[in-house]
Design a protein around this ligand. Sequence first.
Ligand code: ZN
Ligand code: ZN
Length: 299
Amino acid sequence: MHQFGVEQFGAGSAAADAEIIMIGYETFRRFGLAETLTLRLNSIGCPDCRKIYRQKLVAYLEEHKSELCPTCQERMYRNPMRVFDCKSEICQGIAKDAPYVTDNLCDDCATHFAALQESLKVLGIPFVVDPTIVRGLDYYRGTVFEFVTSTIGAQGTVCGGGRYDGLIEELGGDPLPGIGFGLGLERLLLTLEAAGFKFPAPAPVTIYLGAASDDPEVDVFLTKLASELRVAGISVDRDLMGRSVKAQMKYADKLGVRYAAIIGPDELAKGTVQVRDMKGEGGMELTLDNFAAKLKECL
Ligand SMILES: [Zn+2]
Ligand SMILES: [Zn+2]
């Protein structure tokens, strides 16, 4: 699994939240996924209002304790908000009428959350407030969000993030606000695939460097030349398998390279090489000295 993430430290404002969410939204929009993904937004409050909310929620769950599934019963004191993502229909019914964190925010948290929603509206970023979104870790404060899709099955959260103002302190540092998100690359690819995204074909390799013999001197020269070409911005592939010249040319053809050059002791001695134009007729003779610059002129 691979993740792409954005983190921002130092600013605790709702404007910072909006900017981070905008980066996520804009990433998806440019992939044509603005309609595919839904931004779900919540505020889980600060330690002060969360504590009061938690007590309210636990008190509510206690009223329904005997109806809750065994898992929810077991975790209702430790992690009462998990009732919101329980799969049991009975628990879902109970959760529907449970007190929501968004109705129990302190003034500061409520103001922050309202300001964020206002900013998102101004930015034209659609969202739904989902008071059931939680983050498993205690250092999360205030804003939490997810970009979800229904097109890739049950695990539809492509991107999840939130404000973690308690993190740095928990790690032993001075208090420092922070917000960020993680975007799952595999899930992004699945979502793109489901949306019929046209993945661009990889750019063809410009030149294939072949070895005319297994002479170690040739091998070292090819390593150096390939590196010089890459530094010059020219894509290159070279023989690493000790293939025969015939097999190398076949491989170069399969790669769809524009040019191929086979280099052996003779070429090293002469200081020139015949570069074959794989797409057209014939080729050209180039000096090995300053080869990258000369080849660049032909592109
Ligand atoms: Zn609060
Ligand atoms: Zn349950």
